[in-house]
Design a binder for this molecule. Sequence first.
Ligand code: HT7
Ligand code: ZN
Length: 874
Amino acid sequence: QKIIYLQDYKPSDYLIPKTEMWVDFTPERTRITTDLHIERQVGVEDGTPLELDGEHLELVSIAIGDEVLGAGQYELSESGLKLLDPPQSFVLSTVVDVEPEKNKSLEGLYRSSGNWCTQCEAEGFRRITYFLDRPDVMSVFTVKMVADKDLAPVLLSNGNPVDSGEMSNNRHFAEWHDPHPKPSYLFAMVAGKLDKISENFTTKSGKKVDLNIYAEPGKAELCRYAMDALIRSMKWDEERFGCEYDLDVFNIVAVSDFNAGAMENKGLNIFNDKYVLADPATATDQDYALIERIIAHEYFHNYTGNRVTCRDWFQLCLKEGLTVFRDQEFSSDERFRDVERIDDVKGLRQSQFVEDSGPLAHPPRPNQYEQIDNFYTTTVYEKGAEVVRMLMTLLGKETFHEGVDLYLERHDGEAATIEQFIKCFEDVSKRDLSQFQKWYTQAGRPQVSYTTAYDAESKQFTLELKQTVPATPGESEKSPMVLPIKFGLVSNNGDDLGWDSVEGAEVRDDLIIMDKEDVTVQFHGVSSAPVVSLFREFSAPVTIQTKASLEEDLHRARLDGDPFNRWESLQSAILNIVSPSMAVDGPALDLDLLDQVASALSQTLDSQDMSPSFKALSLRLPNYQDYAQRVGENINPDHIKSIKRDVDRAIAERLRGQLVSLYSALHLPDEYEPNAEQSGMRSLRNQSLSLLAALNDKQIFEMVETHYNEAQNMTDRQAALAIMCAYAPDRAEPLLAHFKENFAEPMTVFDKWLSLNASIDDDRTIDRIHSLMADDRFSLETPNRVYALFGSFTQGNPTQFAREDGAGFDLIADIIMHIDKFNPQVAGRFAVAFRIWKNFESKRQNAARTALERIRDMENISPNLSEMVNKTLE
Ligand code: HT7
Ligand code: ZN
């Protein structure tokens, strides 16, 4: 396969400042007529050919101006169209036919529930017409769409509506004009039968914007929460980042067939409907929070991504990392900041840390790829966001915002690079950020160790810090990173101690800036021996290798002024106690040590200062992945799972009374609201019940059944089912049947039912999955079904996915190979499930390797899947 290198980037020889399209939708095919106004760049030689991208297109005609082109003037191939000797400035007219009905890849133009829609990022526009399909070629688009009035009463594209009207033969048209030059990946069209809800928003400068959310017929009322989230996002972006919406309308369309979560097309966001549709009977608190976040994320792209886009796909995290950071900040401002931060870090550790430690490790700004679709990774998104967060920590909030303002102003309407982004922060802060930039270009995560010493006589506290960055595939030599370390010196009573002077590193208030491999920081005038609290708020994405003593962990868990480290220390206390027993031949678990953890946890649960959501998070004891990451290699999932059960049970035994009264005493208002306060309370009740279920006690299971039967919303109902599936599969079966019968009519709920079934860990799991696939409503062609069933299996059922007999790996390999034939993006994404294969003990490793090799050797494997599997096997 062809590898694309960052260093080979070259600006395009030709630009397309203006694009006009006429799109004629009929059930059999869609005919697309395009006029490209093309200019050769100054300095490019006469006779330089122009290579337009184009795939799966049937060329009907081609002309330059009035002259129809003949053979000899252009060459056609599977990947595009080459004009051999184009003039300096000209209009190229093409007519192509495409067949959306047959397009199951969900890239380009396709049909979802009969409606036409598009997905162009990253390289889908080339399936719609011939174009320079690269992000640094920006064009002003005008699109005229024509369709049958009954088949497609709604016709939408980017920008503002400029004209519409009736035509003969029951046909009608709509014309859209987007005044903002944009790359082709932001192009979108939707044509079909859709209902909508509408609101309007007045921007800070007084401009009125029409807001519409469209959904399949009958589903529009389920878009109310998404609309509310959109309005809050628009307001927040004005207040926090000064970004004001820049078109007359903003449309969102929810479709049921979509490879990813959503797409930020200019003025016409297209969403996977599971991130739009919600009501209390069908959506959980978590669904609501995700909807809020994804609506915000796509909206925020209007500036970070659309107004300033990426020069090339290597710069993907320029828009994605920054926009994830922005959506995280939005959620933190709208909900509980501490809890959001903990949740985000849990997510980062569970996905990005795993990616970083395995065969698919890469920097947030990679320098080579085969298929860009495979680089929409957690490293680009979530680690990219952490890097932006570190910039804010390093420079301070005010200077950081000056830097973002400068970036949005300096590069407005441009396609930018990471270097240009960093330069804006250098300019406003007058700081050299060249070493900081390594966060973008170096893969892997620093491992930090530390020692402390306190001299009572001299009142001197010494902190020695060391960082190493482990080798990652293709990168053996690593240099030290800049680490912004937020910290505190926690005294006996929990207050932070001060100091008179400090030397050895740059220390600003509660921030140490570590930019070398080793640093010794000396604090003078520290009045008593502190317990050091490092990386408060998780101020840098590192792993701390030093194992704190149980006393230190518990001190921080009880008293640290930073909620993140309070939470972290309790988790770390448990993992430290358990880790010697996690090796298969390790010593038996010393359950008595958990007494002290249980008492610290109990104190948190009793505390008046902590919110219910924070308490709920504390009750989520380390999960399978947390344990597996500690073990690192030679993993036997059954062993890990049994240790986890012992730990959960031991803590539940010690807290039984308190958990029962928490569950019973918490009363929620009658009316369901998906806000942070209420969802925190529900979460605390459900977590209490979940931990109690670890007792494996009939009485508790009866409580869970009652919880299910009395549930007034999907959050509680699903929580009860999840607990039963995890702890008592036999008792779960009748509940699951009841759930399917009574609640699973909407596909979003059917998907929950699939996921719950696939999470059950017993000998019948694989057979169960086969029978779920035979359900009339299941289809491998619909990504949401696939993610629900197999995502839950690979992520949420590690013991069955990694069965010793290899049946779990085989099942997933079969599914991937099947899907690859029509949807390589989804197949490539699913191959990620195998990235942990080398961490297993040898039997499971062999089974996984066999499954991977079977995929690698399949006939006609797609380039997407081939890249993923080969890298995973390397
Ligand atoms: N920027 C969007 C990415 C996306 C995507 C990428 C590859 C294949 C299909 C896709 N659909 C959407 C979404 C986002 O990050 O906001
Ligand atoms: Zn994004």
